[in-house]
Design a protein around this ligand. Sequence first.
Ligand code: ADP
Ligand code: MG
Length: 675
Amino acid sequence: MNSYDNIRYVKGVGEKRAELFRQLGIESVGALLHHYPRGYIDRSNPLKLHEAPFDRPCCIKAKVFSEIREIYVRHRMTIYKFFANDGENNVEITLFNQKWLAEKLEFGKEFLFYGIVNRTLFSCEMSSPEIYDVTEQTVMPVYRQTAGLNSKTISKVIATVLQGFEPYDPFPQEMREKYNLIGLKQALLGIHFPQNMRELEAARSRLVFQELFFLQTGILFQKETRTAFTPVKINGNSLSKLKEILPFALTEAQCKAIDDCLKDMSSGKPMSRLVQGDVGSGKTAVAVALSYCAKHSGYQSVIMAPTEVLAVQHYKTFQNILADTDINIALLTGSVTKAGKLKIKEAISNGKIDIVIGTHAVLQEDVTFKSLGLIVTDEQHRFGVEQRTSLLNKGNEPHMLVMSATPIPRTMSLIFYGDLDISIIDTLPKGRQPIKTYLIDSEIRPRAYNYIRDHLDSGRQGYIVCPMVEENETVDLASAVKYYEEISTKDFKAYKVGLLHGKMKPKEKDAVMKAFSQGEIQLLVSTTVIEVGIDVPNAVIMLIENAERFGLSQLHQLRGRIGRGQHASTCILLSDRKGDTNQRLKFMCKTVDGFKVADEDLRLRGPGDFLGKRQHGLPELKIADLSEDMELFRLAGNAAKELYATDPKLENPKNAPLKSEIASLFKTARQYGYN
Ligand code: ADP
Ligand code: MG
């Protein structure tokens, strides 16, 4: 049997079952073998009654210790009750209508009972447990199933396939030894038919390693085969001059990031680097420094922001810092007039403009540069791959810097930004005070309002992030407007309250942001549009309504709008939801470290949701769990690097099987846009 063979020719499958398998996305034998169990029922290690966890099922080994009482309750309802004893304690077991099961039981005989053990002070009972013979004391796989095709049948078919099937192991012997990996056949047996948990663990780690190895190898080989040369050289000769005009001393982490970039940009190879820094870590200054150096090396730069508000803010920051220099900066966004655009475009193409700051408008075909040397994109994950490519084509192999304010777990950045080198800004500018975060419910909203008023009275500013009622802009808008009207006429009547939401015209938004940053608005009611990059250091308080509606990373982003100056800042999460959600929000109160928040977010939501379904473009991982398999991820990454270092062209015959696997992954990778 071959792993490409159609599953319907497997003994015991046939036309009808093949259709059911197809519904599970399984058509070939290979796909069947990769249909890993989604969980296991561990009957290999039965517990004593007193060891049973109270909240989840477990397996108990016990002897039937009484008569089986048959109790007729009403029409079509008979229950069976009996006691079983585990050698120490009794448990009363109840079965509903399961005559066939009851008949199988025998006084004095031992069975495995799988289910939840309910214990009170005086009794111990199990209701409708699954019952197995003691010979079935194994680990039982549980598969994703479909109507008409249950876990047991799937398991049987897999057993048939694996019998006498010798799958082709892509890992050479030497590598298996080095990384302590069991053979592929053994791993497949171990994952589908583990005798005990140890066997399962060995099988799983081999398969996870394999998956993560090929993923990282694909990315690595892809990266190393990219364009090797650029004529654009940008040096740091002018950096010291810039440091003199900056209003603050750069932090060590900022300097390091700038250094990394300058090294890349003077190397003759095009830079592709990600600067990752927590909110407020000062990424903008890095962009200023690099575009300053670009100008002094004879090149233009473009800074691309995801929203108009943010582009305008960057524009102002750049203008302020570079006011007394001969550097020309232009803002190019959708709301610039036609005539204005024409003028700017002309100035860009004849080289009069040194730094262009803009939104998607800069991607337009008729925007041409005289000598584009550096592209900076802020909040990159909002831009698609095609957009990145379209920017790259505006220059002759320009350098590229991506700035991300979303601290993401390292595993994720390696995959999502796999083709980029990474610099991390891991310290905040000096003098910042950590933001205090509290979780409250609406009963104490009046106190929170008091607290906010106190801060406004002492000259500070604040945000209220409005309830997100639904993932629906119109409804959100309505609620933000209503909220605004309500509080500006009641609780905050005596204060200058502003409103910002996504449906406002860019000009209106800009006017509001301007008023807020100049202190003319004291309290800003907003939807999540303030999420990106807004920088008003005097704003020190934020109230987030319906906090449970936000993901952890998003809350962290929002919270990053405060705590940007020398004053202590407070973030208040308001939620009436209890339970799990509450735990999640409590986590926010405990940490201000964006990377920790990101790790937790990844753990809770999984990699798919993490960056937004649409953009993440991750190849589907069938067995690896990016939040838990860090160690294997690292090991597999080392193995990938070692392979590249010792056999970069994969010419060694012993690596032939690896080569063919990698080739097929390349195809998929390209499809996913690693290129
Ligand atoms: P982010 O990394 O979130 O984009 P910004 O670049 O907006 O952060 O910077 C946040 C704030 O910190 C800004 O007000 C900026 O002027 C200030 N800042 C940046 N670098 C420093 C520094 N080295 N020392 C003091 N303040 C700094
Ligand atoms: Mg920013």
